[in-house]
Ligand binder design. Structure first.
Ligand SMILES: Cc1cc2nc3c(=O)[nH]c(=O)nc-3n(C[C@H](O)[C@H](O)[C@H](O)COP(=O)(O)OP(=O)(O)OC[C@H]3O[C@@H](n4cnc5c(N)ncnc54)[C@H](O)[C@@H]3O)c2cc1C
Length: 495
């Protein structure tokens, strides 16, 4: 069957785009390198996930110094969303305009918040988001309410909320895509970094893909790893794909690359040919550049006399420092609960003996500081000797350090006197974005405001790589909103 549309990747971008295009009746083939995750015991075994890296693909990337590492970047149906914390936050309206940070000024977006707002509402409906528009001082306008009320706080989080309020902070509900009863029915764990094998999380597989596959014109091919794209002049002429031990070339009038910010950039660079010597869609030399991943620090706030009775913990956020807090009023970032850290998770992540990890984890609160990483052309994904090199240069670190200090102080005041903090390692590019950024200037960006490649007439890039800024909120809902908007554009442009 000759498809009308090939979508590469079934993660947040690809699956949501498929859902958007499915009702057009076009023959859509989704090529996904991974398989569907099976419901094995490891799916809820923290020692397997955090200690043994059971679900990580056997893949090696290198850093700028040439050191090899096994990235926390998942390859399965649903992509990284299978493991995500299901926080589905909108970028704040201010994030779309240039913003002065301690580490520099962000470039702003080619579109304003208002242009993406209707698509955010649609994405929240598709991903069954549970939230509350009230209470967050930075919440942008919503044209539709959240489809479900927020996930309830556990009793120790109610106490934490009150303690934050007593300090003048304004905690609010984290918008989440999780059906709590269904999640807990499988095992009493949190959901952040645990894969979903029961459909309880609103992820790319259970929502976007499930919606797309209700249509008979949509086909998902798993174990289908794209090797490279073929292109002549301004057209992608084929997609080389490895499947069942053989390499084949598939063709379609519309090709959508949705392999994630690192792998989409890598694909474009690996597809260099005589017509496109620097890689596809790369006349601007921006492909792979501006890699961002957020500055993330996890805090374990310990009080040996206070037991943490939570199971999932991840229900509140604080945005009082999102737009302000720096020495000249610069933004510092978002604060949100981590998922519940248990003894085996802490032991797996730190190497502490299990008895000690258990004691600390069960007598502490687990929370995260997230600050914007700014676009820097030197921070980049490269394709070298057939493999990925990730040269991530962190930016805006001073703002992040200040946020961590503020949060540590707030936790001590709230009654957890010993605060330990640890930055997320570079081997976990969980909020990767920016490597094929959208913009109106073909000389300074890779895709236009509708996510079509400036240099190619039938290639769209629809994943986190197109984000021109990382903001300081989790990226998935914005990827989904952009995918719905791009789907509408593709449906009309290629009608
Ligand atoms: C542990 C963890 C927690 C997270 N928590 C949150 C959160 O709470 N909220 C949030 O908003 N975000 C969170 N994220 C980030 C979120 O998962 C990503 O932002 C989102 O998945 C990005 O969507 P994407 O379409 O760009 O890429 P992905 O969803 O990763 O999809 C890319 C897909 O392409 C496939 N692919 C790659 N290369 C090829 C190839 N050559 N051929 C065929 N297929 C290919 C991959 O297998 C994958 O399915 C988290 C991520 C992790 C890892």
């Amino acid at each position: 069957m000759q498809p009308d549309v090939i979508i590469i990747g079934s993660g947040m971008g690809g699956a949501t785009l498929a859902a958007a295009l499915a009702p057009t009746g076009r023959r859509i083939v989704i090529l996904e390198r991974g398989e569907r995750l099976a419901d094995t015991p490891e799916a809820r075994d923290p020692a397997a996930i955090f200690g043994r890296g059971y679900f990580k693909p056997k893949e090696t990337w290198r850093d700028a110094a040439g050191a090899a590492f096994n990235p926390g970047n998942y390859a399965c149906v649903g992509g990284n969303t299978k493991f995500y914390g299901a926080v589905l936050l909108r970028y704040r309206a201010e994030d779309f305009a240039p913003l002065r940070h301690i580490g520099g000024v962000t470039p702003g977006w080619p579109i304003a918040y208002a242009a993406l707002e209707p698509w955010y509402s649609q994405a929240e409906a598709l991903y069954r988001v549970r939230g509350d528009v009230a209470g967050d001082p930075t919440e942008p306008p919503h044209s539709a309410p959240y489809p479900f009320p927020p996930v309830p706080d556990e009793v120790d989080i109610v106490t934490l909320r009150q303690a934050f309020r007593a300090q003048g902070l304004r905690p609010s509900a984290l918008p989440l895509g999780v059906d709590l009863d269904r999640w807990l029915a499988r095992a009493p764990t949190t959901w952040d970094a645990f894969p979903c094998t029961t459909g309880a999380k609103s992820d790319a597989e259970s929502c976007g893909l499930a919606e797309a596959l209700r249509h008979p014109n949509v086909t998902l091919l798993t174990g289908a790893k794209v090797h490279r794209l073929l292109a002549e002049g301004r057209r992608v002429t084929g997609v080389e794909v490895d499947r069942d031990g053989a390499r084949e070339v598939m063709t379609a009038p519309v090709v959508c690359l949705c392999a994630g910010a690192v792998m989409s950039a890598a694909q474009l660079l690996a597809s260099a040919n005589a017509d496109h010597p620097n890689g596809l869609a790369n006349r601007s030399d921006q492909v792979g550049r501006n890699f961002m991943n957020h500055n993330l620090t996890g805090l374990v706030a310990w009080n040996p006399l206070r037991r943490n009775r939570t199971v999932y913990e991840k229900t509140i956020q604080v945005n009082d420092f999102y737009l302000t807090g720096g020495p000249k009023d610069e933004p510092l970032g978002n604060i949100q609960m981590l998922g519940r850290i248990t003894g085996p998770i802490l032991a797996g992540e730190t190497g502490l003996p299990l008895w000690l990890a258990r004691h600390i984890a069960d007598h502490s609160i687990h929370i995260m500081a997230m600050s914007e990483d700014l676009p820097d052309p030197k921070s980049r994904v490269l394709w070298r000797n057939g493999g990925v090199v990730l040269d991530w240069r962190r930016t805006n670190v001073a703002a992040h350090d200040l946020l961590v200090k503020r949060l540590a102080r707030a936790m001590r005041k709230a009654g957890w006197p010993i605060v330990m903090s640890r930055g997320f390692p570079k081997s976990k590019p969980s909020h990767q974005c920016g490597t094929a950024r959208m913009g109106d200037d073909p000389g300074a960006s890779v895709v236009d405001r509708n996510l079509k490649a400036h240099d190619l007439d039938n290639l769209w890039i629809v994943d986190a790589s197109v984000l021109p800024t990382s903001a300081a909120v989790n990226p998935s809902l914005t990827v989904a909103a952009l995918a719905l908007r791009a789907g509408d554009h593709i449906a009309r442009a290629a009608a």
